[in-house]
Design a protein around this ligand. Structure first.
Ligand code: PMP
Length: 304
């Protein structure tokens, strides 16, 4: 049970997220037959609205799932869900908005023809903040040893589906030896990403990050950094194949994700990386914050 209040909205019905919602025959529950997106707010404005919708449409297309709603309709439902959340938790700061879509329910069986219509569940809670310890020392990562990232030829990691078993089991392994998160390799032994974040390193003054062809989710944060945020910080990004044998030649490491934007990594197994003031990651994080502030200012229609 969550220890803090999470507001849910199932197909337009508002309820606490601890209460029952979708039926047992729901295909998201039975087979992971689902897709999702997570937005966060900066200054009370939903960030990167269109980018997340574009990725959701790609995921839906890949799964042959017909989306039955519009961004305008869902924005309206997000507003209702956020209003309900705020009436339960007054004074909440930046928000996390999860939009989980399933193929619906039907008789038991894998055939997608058995599904009725798409279901959605929205969930709103506070956006998790970086703890002072992580800001100061960075995360501790460990390379996953027992499992590899599922290859694009089977379940493509670029689809943001409701099936996170690969990621979840990778995280379990590294948590068991005390790490915060894992670096997952592909079948060729190349770095892909962490359990719910993209990864980048700093070599010299350059940011290096695995290419999409390594088999990763095309993170919105990663894309924004590559398409402009790095440039505004005077930094260069290169998409390169990275192997664990390259780690000693790197000076910094960081993770990228919607909820946490740029998070410093202080340690990967026995290797330590620079964290804190004066690092490339801190410069990039500041540049990302300026970009997000500008986005919020220029999108008053996404204020919630
Ligand atoms: N990789 C994986 C596997 C993820 O789950 C996520 C977060 N959903 C990311 C990367 C980061 O993506 P984004 O920047 O769009 O949050």
């Amino acid at each position: 049970m969550p220890t803090h209040y999470i507001q849910a909205n199932t197909n337009g019905r508002l309820h606490p997220a601890t209460e029952p919602s979708i039926p047992p025959l729901n295909r998201g529950f039975l087979y992971g037959d689902a897709i999702y997106e997570v937005w966060r707010t900066y200054g009370g404005v939903i960030f990167a609205w269109d980018e997340h919708w574009a990725r959701m449409r790609n995921s839906a297309r890949a799964l042959h799932m017909k989306l039955e709603f519009t961004p305008e309709g869902i924005l309206n439902e997000i507003r209702r869900t956020v209003a309900a959340y705020r009436s339960e938790v007054p004074g909440a700061g930046e928000l996390y908005i999860r939009f989980q879509v399933t193929r619906g329910a039907g008789a038991i069986g894998l055939d997608i023809a058995l599904a009725d219509a798409c279901d959605y569940v929205l969930m709103v809670q506070p956006c998790p903040l970086l703890t002072p310890a992580v800001q100061q020392s960075g995360l501790s990562l460990s390379v996953v040893r027992e499992l590899r990232r599922n290859p694009a030829q089977s379940l493509d990691p670029s689809w943001k589906t409701g099936n996170y078993l690969n990621n979840l089991l990778c995280l379990r392994e590294v948590r068991a030896r005390g790490a915060d998160d894992g670096i997952i390799l592909n079948l060729a032994g190349e770095v892909t990403e962490a359990s719910v974040s993209n990864i980048a390193f700093v070599r010299g003054r350059k940011i290096v990050t695995p290419p999409l062809s390594a088999g990763i989710l095309e993170g919105i944060t990663r894309s924004l950094v590559i398409r402009g945020v790095a440039d505004s910080a005077g930094l260069e990004v290169s998409e390169e194949t990275i192997r664990p044998s390259d780690f000693p030649a790197m000076q910094e490491c960081f993770l990228l994700s919607t909820t946490k934007d740029i998070v410093p990594v202080g340690k990967v197994d026995e290797i330590s990386y620079k964290v804190g003031p004066g690092t490339v990651a801190s410069r990039l994080k500041a540049s990302f914050a300026s970009f997000a502030a500008l986005y919020s200012k220029s999108h008053p229609e996404l204020s919630i």
